[in-house]
Design a protein around this ligand. Sequence first.
Ligand code: EPU
Length: 300
Amino acid sequence: MLTKWAVPSLKSFADIATERAELARLTTFGIGGPADMLVEPRNLDELGRVMVTLKEACLPWRILGGGSNLLISDDGVRGAVIRLCGDFAALEFDGARVTAGAAAPLARLVDECAKRGLSGVEGLVGIPGTVGGALVMNAGGRWGRIGNVVESINVLSQSALGGVRVLSRHDAGFAYRHSALGSEVILGVALALCPVDAATVAETTRGYLDEKRRTQDLGSRSAGCAFKNPPIGPSAGALIDTAGMKGACVGGARVSSLHANFIINAGSATARDVSALIKLIQAKVLEHSGVALELEVQLW
Ligand code: EPU
């Protein structure tokens, strides 16, 4: 455990680092213990210096995006949690090409594209989180995934201080709810979109959002779909539903009555409650349908 500035070199980051930082408030579940240290670099220079310092001090680190597909342990996280902010939240438009920083909220990206009549990310509407997190998980659904519109991705170079490496869409290894980007520090992305008219994109986006609002528990504290859909056969939601698990509870964690693949923090759920409910769902679905559900939510 880090004690008060146990690593002297981290003192120089006092204005962007918080010790024993609460993480629950930075997740959509609203669950999780503290990080030994939360560091919030505002630009590439700060990020580069933070990474070098952490490396020299041999401190473990993780990158936190929007915390929307994440269950953090009640005991919290050892080492440093890095949350990009400032310059990393920028969105820049150049015709049908959009450059988005890793910390840009996905919702803002979708909204700005709709306003400009740029088609390609409508299906991401209603998904919380950041562009960086969306890239790592290849966020999306029935109406498209973010990987489909990626042109290139900027990641932090592991060798040079504050250096940038450019990856192609191919390098990113996008698949269903998967990418090869998990070990990279994503800085931003260039997306190639399709110019259409603003009214059409806005209408399509609204239609998708209406459908998600009708079928998903968007207003509740959750991490979206808890499990990946199996490669063949019924969806995870349908499997959990037919196993009779809608409304099932462990402590403060509950299976949504609207969409069975959503686990809700119905009050004061702990990570332990959610984990126990996850195991219960997996056991019931295996017993009922013979399918071993794979977790989509990331565990820290
Ligand atoms: N279904 C049930 N009971 C339920 C939920 C669903 O029977 O409780 C049935 C539906 O009636 C439908 C089928 O299951 O026939 C599929 O359901 P839905 O259309 O809601 O889509 P999904 O496969 O459950 C996927 C993504 C969502 C994404 C939507 C829409 C996964 C695990 N989920 O859901 O992504 O928003 O498509 O595109 O791939 C997420 O990953 O967090 C997420 C919410």
